[in-house]
Design a protein around this ligand. Structure first.
Ligand code: URA
Ligand code: CA
Length: 433
């Protein structure tokens, strides 16, 4: 087989076979296919698209390029949840202990944040002592004992994706549905879950800017998951404004604690119930979504979910006293309010730009090598649809420097106040096949 012939085949709009896709992924992973040929193929895929069959062969080839994690020594149906990216997305911090508290095992592999999207690992590391590097055995033992643990992605999980993603980033081929779907699903399949709940975000803060594209991506991933023998479903959620009120690592830990106490923001709480109910049903712990939701509501209101969070923090070496004394991690030097310049209703909070503002404060990384400041970030006091009076605080900026003119300017440019109230939408659709 010659790579040049395969590039030509795709360029002309023909489908590649399983053998051809295996050849491509094996060759690219071991270096025998150079970046320039792979770049040409990526651009051909970008323009010519792929059939479902091609996407699933590509995904499995990528998943098989490295380790496939074996979670079979963990009892029960392991359900993973994955979001395609967002701003202030605190759901994993709440969902992991919440669904574990109703006996659904959560063996979660998470990543770090980059650019305007935050990473679950960075958030957990805001808790002093919290260790995300566990051996495979420790990980399995903790999940069997307490039903929940979170670790960093192993070094050799879908290495083909790592290499391809870096190449896509510099060849303008990130925004391709078959390439995004295979990238995400190869990692999920390699991470070993039996069932997968996908949160496909849409809006300014997401990869998919419109609902039709988000639906196509969701349907594609659900089909690939099923073809790979994993029960898979997707929720299409809105990410035009940040989720909840907190954006920033320590701030989101505190927001998760509040939510686990039943005192969290309405949108974040609802999102956790919707995603959590799907996880509980897929795990076989409830027959219907209503029954699952009732279990989760009970766990949250009885304090069982918060106790599970405490147990999880202790299991991973973290200081659980922060749960009762959240001031211990809210250590930013300055807390600066941003007053509204006019009265009216909030009509827009542009998620990605607000994520960038948090990043500029130090809550996120511009490059992979940068350090982050766990204490800084933004807490929104007004969300889309809320009424606001001139001079009232829109949000609090948590900063470790008081030179924040650029951040304030960026925030003002991306918060709109209008005369008519606007109803925010949280869930656009649920895709099960
Ligand atoms: N997340 C991924 O892991 N891969 C993509 O291509 C896009 C989002
Ligand atoms: Ca949040």
């Amino acid at each position: 087989m010659r790579m040049v012939d395969l590039i030509e085949k795709k360029r002309d709009g023909n489908a590649l076979s399983k053998e051809e896709l295996d050849f491509i992924i094996d060759g690219y992973t071991d270096g025998s296919i150079p970046d320039y040929q792979m770049s040409a193929l990526l651009m051909a895929i970008f323009y010519q698209d792929m059939t479902d069959e091609e996407i699933s062969h590509l995904t499995l080839a990528m998943a098989n390029s490295g380790d496939i994690i074996d979670l079979s020594s963990i009892e029960g149906v392991k359900v993973d949840k994955h979001s395609t990216g967002g701003v202030g997305d605190t759901t994993t911090l709440v969902l992991a202990p919440l669904v574990a508290s109703v006996d659904v095992p959560v063996a979660k592999m998470s990543g770090r944040g980059l650019g305007f999207t935050g990473g679950t690992l960075d958030k957990f590391e805001s808790i002093p002592g919290f260790k995300i590097e566990l051996s495979d055995q420790e990980f399995v033992d903790i999940v069997n004992k307490s039903k929940v643990a979170v670790i960093g992605q192993s070094g050799n999980l879908a290495p083909a994706d790592k290499k391809l993603y870096a190449l896509r980033d510099v060849t303008a081929t990130v925004d391709s549905i078959p390439l995004i779907a295979s990238s995400i699903m190869s990692k999920k399949i390699a991470a070993g879950a039996d069932a997968i709940v996908l949160d496909v975000t849409t809006g300014e803060g997401a990869f998919m800017k419109n609902i039709d594209d988000a639906k196509r991506l969701a349907k594609t991933m659900v089909r690939i998951g099923k073809l790979a023998g994993r029960q898979t479903m997707a929720v299409i959620s809105d990410m035009s404004e940040p989720l909840g009120q907190a954006i920033g690592n320590s701030l989101e830990i505190v927001e998760a604690i509040d939510t686990l106490k039943g005192e969290g923001p309405a949108d974040l709480t609802e999102m956790c119930y919707v995603l959590g109910s799907q996880m509980v049903v897929l795990a076989g712990k409830a027959a219907t979504l209503d029954e699952a939701r009732a279990m989760l509501e009970e766990a949250l209101h009885s304090g069982k979910a918060l106790e599970k969070f405490r147990e999880m923090v202790k299991d991973q070496g973290g200081d659980a006293t922060v749960i009762d004394q959240t001031d211990k991690i809210l250590t930013a030097k300055y807390e600066i309010e941003l007053p509204a310049k006019t009265s009216g209703y909030v009509t827009d909070l542009v998620a990605n730009e607000i994520g960038i503002a948090a990043m500029l404060l130090g809550a996120g990384r511009k490059t992979k090598e940068e350090d982050i400041d766990h204490a800084v970030g933004i807490k929104l006091h007004k969300k889309v649809g809320d009424k606001v009076a001139e001079g009232e605080s829109l949000l609090t900026i948590y900063a470790n420097s008081n030179e924040i003119d650029e951040v304030e300017k960026l925030l003002y440019e991306n918060i709109s106040i209008g005369e008519e109230p606007k109803e925010p939408i949280l869930i656009h659709d649920i895709i099960t096949e």
